[in-house]
Design a protein around this ligand. Structure first.
Ligand SMILES: CCCCC/C=C\C/C=C/C=C/CC(=O)SCCNC(=O)CCNC(=O)[C@H](O)C(C)(C)COP(=O)(O)OP(=O)(O)OC[C@H]1O[C@@H](n2cnc3c(N)ncnc32)[C@H](O)[C@@H]1OP(=O)(O)O
Length: 279
C-alpha cells in the first residue's frame, strides 16, 4: 500500500493536508496534534488483509511523526464502524493464507493496544467482533446513540471463539463476570446497554460523535505524554506480553481451529445468511 497525499481541505491550510491509502483516510491537524483516521472499505469496513496492512502503515506513520499525539478512529462508511474480520479471509482459503491473515490481525491489536498515541474510538456505526476489538484497544470509546449500532464480541454466534487476547481486552474493560456472559452469549449491546456495562464511555447523538471525541481528546492531551504513556504501558503490558510470548502458537492455533470442516461450514453458512438477509 502506498501513502498518498491528497489536496488540503478547503480553507484549512497545510495543517489539514490529508494523506492515507485506498482504505484508510487520514485527516491530520498538525495545529492540534490530532489526526482522524477513517476506515474506508465499503460496504462495511470488513477488516481485509489489505485494510489491516494499510491501517498499520498509516498508524506507524502517525506514531513516527512527533507532530501527532492523538488519533481518533472512525468510519467513512455510513451506518457501520467495522463489520469485524473479513469472513472471506477465513473461509475457503489455505493454511498459509490463514496464518498470514492472523499475523496481521495480531499485529494490528499489538500496535493499537500499546500505542503511545491517545486513541479515541468515534463509533459511528455497527461495531461487532473485530470492530469491537479495535474500539476496545482505544483509551476511550464514544458510541452514536442509534439502536441499529450494536457493539460486542459476537463470535460465538458464528460458531467460533474469540481468542484469549480478545477475551483479555474485554475483561480489562468490563470485568470478568460481564465478559464471561458477553463472550459465551455473543452479546451485541444496544448503546444504552453498552454504556451501562462499561463497554463504551459515552453515548451521544450521532451528529456529535466526532465533536465529542475532539473535546475528550483535548482533555487526554492535557496530560504530560510521558507520564500518560508510562501509565498506559503499566496497565496493558502484562496483557500484551501474554500474546507476544506465544504469537506463533496462537497463529497455529488459529489455523488449525479455522481449518476444521465444522468451522468452515459455520462460517460459510453465516456468510450465506448475511447475503440472504438482503434478498
Ligand atoms: C479456543 C480456540 C480459540 C481459537 C480461536 C481462533 C480464531 C477464531 C476467532 C475469530 C475472531 C473473529 C472476529 C470477527 O470479527 S469474525 C466477523 C464477525 N462479524 C460479524 O458477525 C458482522 C457481520 N456483519 C453484519 O452483522 C452486518 O453486515 C453489519 C451489521 C455489520 C452491517 O449490516 P448491513 O445490513 O449494513 O450490511 P450487510 O448487507 O449485512 O453486508 C453488506 C455486505 O458485506 C458483507 N459482510 C458483512 N459483514 C462481513 C464480514 N465480517 N466479512 C465479510 N463480508 C461481510 C455481506 O455479506 C454483504 O455482502 P454482499 O451481499 O453485498 O456481497
Amino acid at each position: 500500500a502506498t501513502i498518498r497525499r491528497t489536496e488540503p481541505t478547503a480553507g484549512s491550510g497545510d495543517s489539514a493536508r490529508r494523506f492515507g491509502t485506498q482504505r484508510v483516510l487520514v485527516e491530520p491537524d498538525a495545529a492540534s496534534g490530532v489526526a482522524v483516521m477513517k476506515f474506508k472499505n465499503p460496504p462495511v469496513n470488513s477488516l481485509s488483509l489489505e485494510l489491516l496492512t494499510e491501517f498499520i502503515i498509516s498508524l506507524e506513520k502517525l506514531e513516527n511523526d512527533k507532530t501527532f499525539r492523538g488519533v481518533i478512529l472512525t468510519s467513512d462508511c455510513p451506518r457501520v464502524f467495522s463489520a469485524g474480520l473479513d469472513l472471506t479471509e477465513m473461509c475457503g482459503k489455505n493454511p498459509a493464507h490463514y496464518a498470514e491473515y492472523w499475523k496481521a490481525v495480531q499485529e494490528l491489536w499489538l500496535r493499537l493496544y500499546l500505542s503511545n498515541l491517545v486513541l479515541i474510538a468515534a463509533i459511528n456505526g455497527a461495531c461487532p467482533a473485530g470492530g469491537c476489538l479495535i474500539s476496545l484497544t482505544c483509551d476511550y470509546r464514544i458510541l452514536a446513540d442509534n439502536p441499529k449500532y450494536l457493539i460486542g464480541l459476537n463470535e460465538t454466534l458464528l460458531g467460533i471463539v474469540a481468542p484469549f487476547w480478545f477475551k483479555d481486552t474485554l475483561v480489562n474493560t468490563i470485568g470478568h463476570r460481564a465478559s464471561e456472559q458477553a463472550l459465551q452469549l455473543g452479546l451485541l449491546f444496544l448503546p444504552a446497554e453498552a454504556l451501562q456495562v462499561g463497554l463504551v464511555d459515552q453515548v451521544v447523538p450521532e451528529d456529535q460523535v466526532l465533536s465529542t471525541a475532539l473535546s475528550v481528546m483535548a482533555r487526554w492531551m492535557a496530560i504530560p505524554d510521558h507520564a500518560r504513556q508510562l501509565t498506559k504501558n503499566m496497565m496493558r503490558k502484562t496483557t500484551v506480553d501474554r500474546l507476544v510470548k506465544q504469537r506463533d502458537a496462537d497463529i497455529q492455533n488459529f489455523v488449525s481451529f479455522i481449518s476444521r470442516d465444522s468451522i468452515q461450514k459455520s462460517l460459510q453458512m453465516y456468510l450465506e445468511k448475511l447475503k440472504q438477509k438482503k434478498g
